[in-house]
Every structure is written in structure tokens, then in C-alpha cells.
Design a protein around this ligand. Structure first.
Ligand code: ADE
Ligand code: ZN
Length: 329
């Protein structure tokens, strides 16, 4: 059995495997511009974040009903469980669905049909994080938060994703303030393709508690010192970084240097159907390519639970952490 871990950076729409995409397309009478799963997989040669996002949004056309979102989440949870995931904090992108005429209720209730029974069915506790698309307007983000209000008992926090460069965190100051006032936890993608200054802005202006990716913090010594001092977790996604060309090859990933610097790093899968692996695959890949020791892997697993939003269930966090310490490689 793989080491127990929490997954903290996972876009549920990014778990749509080609086989499920074709099955849902058939069920919903949606035509995909690919002959079969093999041809679709050939489209997975991304040049950067934007070329990936184009395909990611295109394939969402097959997600239409509550049952589709339920099936998507159950497929992810089953795969994650097999790779040692014990707790998952799951992103979703409601604006991308609302724009297609699929409302917030369909998305949240559909996901909840899987998440609500995930502990029983998959042995995984879950949290849901609503992400705003940063290439959409600040007004649209505010409207989306408004549309989420009837579902806040199901939503733990907010995040910020999609095309980063040219869309600095400050654009979303108001919606983050409104979310904080509603008691929502705050994270944001920053420093994936965007500069280190976006990480600083996300901390200072949006009040984020965790930074998604944060890879480019390594270009700013003072920022690294701050992230270390304040124990701000980073949710790294190594296989994603290779596929989206944030790093050339996995062997050159800065993860070891980041751990050596004292950063609270976690390893996650981002969009596993597109990037070649789920959480355990990412652990295996960094172990192999970067020669991480067993104690480093245990540190990554420990960090994932330390960084998770389990403040409302500290007994559970303690149980998970004890599982990590007791794990025999
Ligand atoms: N949406 C899905 N995956 C993403 C990523 N890695 N960065 C930004 N937006 C995303
Ligand atoms: Zn992401």
C-alpha cells in the first residue's frame, strides 16, 4: 500500500479520463471533435498552460447532469484511494459550467453525491474548494460567489485558477474579502507561470493561507524566507510542471532545493488525466527522478496533512499523521 497522503491541489475537471469523456459524450449526445480515445490522447502535447486550458475547457462539454459530476468524482476517488490518498481537497470551476448553461446547483449537488459518501465508499475524507477563473472579470467572480451562497455548507474555501499571466491576484481583492467574511478558507494559484510578485500579492492582498504551485518563489530569496517563516504551504504538482513546461525535465525540478530551504512543500496531481498521473504517481515519479529518500517522502506525506484544512477535525488529522509516522516503506 502506498504511503497515506492528502491531495490538496486537484481540479476535478482535470480528472476526466478520455474513456469517461467518450462515455459521457455518448450518454449526453455531445459530439467530440476526436475519433476515439487514442486520437484524443494525441492532443495531450501541451506547450504551456494555455494550450492545456484550451483542451481542458473543450472537454467539459460532456459534463451536463448531476450524475455526470457524481460519476466524475467517484472515478477520481476510486483512483486516488488506490494510491494512498486519505483526504482530498477538491477544486471545481463553476464559471466554466455556468457559461455552458449548467448551473451551480447541478455541479455542487452532483459532486456532493460522490463526496458525501466518499468516506464510506472510498475511505477518503473530502473538502470542496470553489475556484474563480482569473481570466474572467472580477464582477463575474462576485456573481459566482453569490450563486454559491445556497451551497456554502458544502464548500470549505475559494481558489483562483486558469490563465495566470496578465491576471494578477489584486484583480480579485473584493471577492476574496467577501469570501473571508463568509468564513471561507482562501487559496490561490500563484507563481506557476506568473512571477514571484504574484505570490506576494496573493498573500498580502488576498490573504491566502496556502499557495497553489508557488514554484517561482525560488526566484525571490526574501519571499522564500517569508514562506518558510510563516509556514505557508505550497501545493506543488511535479508531473504538471513537466507537461506544461514550467520545468524542462523532472530531474531538474526544484523540489529538493525547496525542501532544503525549509519550505512546507506538498506533492499533488493538478489535472491527473492530462498530466500522466495521480497523487501516488507523482510521489513515485519524484522519488525516482530526484532520488528522494524515504524520510523525504514521509516529510511530504506529513506536510500534506499539516497543510490540509482539517482544523474542524483535529482528531482526524492526528490519526492521519500517526498513519504517516507508522508507515513502513
Ligand atoms: N486549471 C486547471 N489546472 C490548472 C493549472 N495547473 N493552472 C491554472 N489553472 C488550472
Ligand atoms: Zn492547478
Amino acid at each position: 500500500m502506498p504511503i497515506p497522503k492528502a491531495e490538496l491541489h486537484l481540479h476535478i475537471e482535470g480528472t476526466l479520463e478520455p474513456e469517461l469523456a467518450f462515455a459521457l459524450a455518448a450518454r449526453n449526445g455531445v459530439e467530440l471533435p476526436y475519433a476515439d480515445t487514442e486520437e484524443l490522447r494525441k492532443a495531450y502535447l501541451f506547450e504551456d498552460l494555455q494550450t492545456f486550458l484550451n483542451l481542458y475547457y473543450e472537454l467539459m462539454a460532456v459534463l451536463r447532469t448531476e450524475r455526470d459530476f457524481e460519476d466524475l468524482a467517484n472515478a477520481y476517488l476510486a483512483r486516488a484511494a488506490a494510491q494512498g490518498v486519505r483526504h482530498a481537497e477538491i477544486f471545481f470551476d463553476p464559471q466554466a459550467h455556468i457559461a455552458r448553461g449548467v448551473d451551480m446547483g447541478t455541479v455542487v449537488e452532483g459532486l456532493w453525491r460522490a463526496l458525501g459518501s466518499s468516506e464510506t465508499n472510498h475511505g477518503i475524507s473530502t473538502r470542496l474548494i470553489l475556484c474563480f477563473l482569473r481570466d474572467e472579470s472580477a464582477e463575474s467572480a462576485l456573481e459566482t460567489l453569490d450563486a454559491a451562497k445556497p451551497y456554502l455548507d458544502r464548500i470549505t474555501g475559494i481558489g483562483l485558477d486558469s490563465a495566470e499571466v496578465g491576471h494578477p491576484p489584486v484583480k480579485f481583492r473584493e471577492v476574496y474579502e467577501a469570501a473571508a467574511a463568509l468564513g471561507l478558507r482562501r487559496v490561490a494559484h500563484a507563481g506557476e507561470e506568473g512571477p514571484p510578485a504574484y505570490i506576494t500579492e496573493a498573500l498580502d492582498i488576498l490573504g491566502v493561507e496556502r499557495v497553489d504551485h508557488g514554484l517561482r518563489c525560488m526566484e525571490d530569496e526574501e519571499l522564500v524566507a517569508r514562506l518558510v517563516r510563516d509556514r505557508i504551504p505550497l501545493t506543488l504538482c511535479p508531473l504538471s510542471n513537466v507537461r506544461l513546461r514550467a520545468v524542462d525535465v523532472l530531474a531538474e525540478h526544484p523540489l529538493p532545493a525547496m525542501l532544503d530551504a525549509g519550505l512546507l512543500c506538498t506533492v499533488n496531481s493538478d489535472d491527473p488525466a492530462y498530466f500522466g498521473g495521480y497523487a501516488g504517481d507523482n510521489f513515485d515519479a519524484v522519488r525516482e527522478a530526484l532520488g528522494l529518500t524515504e524520510e523525504r517522502l514521509r516529510e511530504l506525506a506529513r506536510n500534506s496533512f499539516v497543510a490540509s484544512f482539517l482544523e474542524d477535525d483535529e482528531d482526524r488529522r492526528a490519526r492521519y499523521l500517526a498513519e504517516v509516522e507508522a508507515y513502513v516503506f
